[in-house]
Design a protein around this ligand. Sequence first.
Ligand SMILES: [Zn+2]
Length: 298
Amino acid sequence: MSAQRKISAQVQQQILFKSKRKCPICFVNGVTEPQQGDIAHINRDPSNNSLDNLVYLCLKHHAELDREDGLNVDDLKAARVALYDAVANEGAQPMSSAPEWRAYEDQITEYVRAEFTQRLDDFFKLEKNALYPGRSGVSHEVDLAVEFTIGGLRYVTIFEIKYRRAPLGTQEILEFSARCKDIGADKGVVFCSAGFSASAARLAKDQGISLLHTNRNTEASELTTANACVYVEARPKGRPEGSAIQAYVVEDHAGEVLGTFKTQKEAIDWAKANGHPPLVARVRHLNDKKIPDHWRSA
Ligand SMILES: [Zn+2]
């Protein structure tokens, strides 16, 4: 009897990357969609965490594998080879079907519009396939651009929307980052339908680029934090000018507190260090986030 060892995160990621969460047995039987499932030990020995002994399986086929008379191990390994090959090949080239990527672009555009409307009402301009002159003299066409002005300052966020079957790599992030800098954008955001490679994610973090996986609403908060200004406010809230201030909070547009600080300077420094342009109320008790005139850039 061997002891169970935890499968390392790196190995898990590798398996999920190779399989795209598709079950090989389902796959060879014509079901090509990702399945809910988990990683199984092919030889039923939980201490053997070699890549060869691990496979992502749907719950039904995992249960079948765990039965003594269940799945044939050789068949399972052959199915896994077929699946890994198919996944690797479909990632080799961008998808050709135009309507699918167009639908994805439209979906993301509407998602971005809804997110900004929620936070800025109609105090923003959204443009598809916008043309921006770069400092280099080259003009760049960007998939989507959002501009808004708060406290007299204009903020430009540009979006790259990639419809792919394979995760986006570092090359595309580098190119996008260079374009953001040339345009002078305040924020760059990349959406990719297939996610991002680990090295691309590291690079993006380094370059201040936000990566968003899909249009799923669960990731709305990431979009918010990706580009949003934050509001530095004194506490207690709404007290008249001159009353004692106990603390300063940094809030997002929805009023969620991101941090509490002793001094206004600490709050402003924290916001800047985290990539959020900080705004402070022009007059302390006038702090309606929906009224841009109440705020000035810190
Ligand atoms: Zn299955």
